[in-house]
Design a protein around this ligand. Structure first.
Ligand code: MLT
Length: 246
């Protein structure tokens, strides 16, 4: 586990199976969009890059989405609220997506063997795919996106929950100190993930910005059981999944 892409040693992710976590809110939004029928999500570092790329699509094919300082980017169709990525809005669309931390972490781990995105909303689906990858002999790296380049409690707790579930059937797993710390933190919230609404700084910031309704949506477990896989510069839904869509 690494708390933030900046903590990753150079090339640590090369040849590995990587999971990028951003509970509040990018990876929750990605899982929601794919669950609700989006064709793909393409992450960008900057709004300008997303706008430039949009010109290579028919207007009706794409949605420009993303935030800066939590609010929608001017001229974009959507912000980063998972509640806005409903089936009638995203079905069949390609989402060009840029956020402060989540998409930056994704762009940073290009070159990994396989990259998945995870949040509480798709935790069980990701646990299954990681267990299979580990059993196939892959090393696993979990990157917590963090918030404003800082440690984010909700991402660490989500990483800890992922590891606790993985560890249940994988007794041989070896953990770094950040992974151990994430598992210790997760214990505190094992019966009350909702406690993060008050405790996590970014949850409080979202509430202060009038976006507090997003927080319980992001803390809900397994509401979007998809496996988002990032390959060839786009995130698509792996396999048929267990979802009601597709
Ligand atoms: C991010 O990627 O920085 C977050 O998703 C921020 C947000 O809550 O929009």
């Amino acid at each position: 586990v690494y708390f933030g892409p900046a903590a990753l040693p150079p090339a640590e992710w090369h040849g590995r199976t990587v999971v990028v976590i951003d509970v509040l809110r990018a990876c929750t939004t990605i899982a929601t969009a794919l669950f609700n029928g989006a064709r793909s999500v393409i992450p960008f570092d900057s709004a300008d890059e997303a706008v430039t790329r949009s010109k290579s699509f028919e207007r009706g094919e794409v949605i420009l989405a993303g935030e800066r300082r939590m609010v929608a980017i001017p001229g974009f169709d959507l912000g980063n609220s998972p509640r806005a990525f409903t089936p009638n809005v995203v079905e069949g669309k390609t989402i060009l997506f840029t956020t402060t931390n989540g998409t930056a972490a994704l762009v940073a781990v290009q070159g990994a063997r396989q990259v998945y995105t995870a949040a509480f909303v798709n935790l069980s689906a990701i646990t299954g795919v990681l267990r299979a990858a580990y059993r196939a002999g892959h090393d696993l790296t979990v990157v917590c996106s963090g918030s404003e380049r800082q440690f984010a409690l909700e991402d660490a707790v989500c990483a800890g929950r992922l590891l606790r579930r993985l560890g249940k059937r994988l007794t041989t797993i070896t953990l770094n100190d950040a992974a151990r710390a994430a598992m210790q933190l997760e214990r505190r919230y094992a019966r009350d993930v909702g406690g993060l609404i008050d405790d996590a700084t970014h949850a409080r910031s979202l509430t202060d910005a009038g976006l507090g309704d997003d927080v319980p949506v992001c803390l809900a477990l397994d509401t979007c059981p998809v496996i988002p896989v990032y390959a060839e510069r786009q995130i698509t839904r792996a396999g048929a999944g267990a979802g009601r869509r597709r």
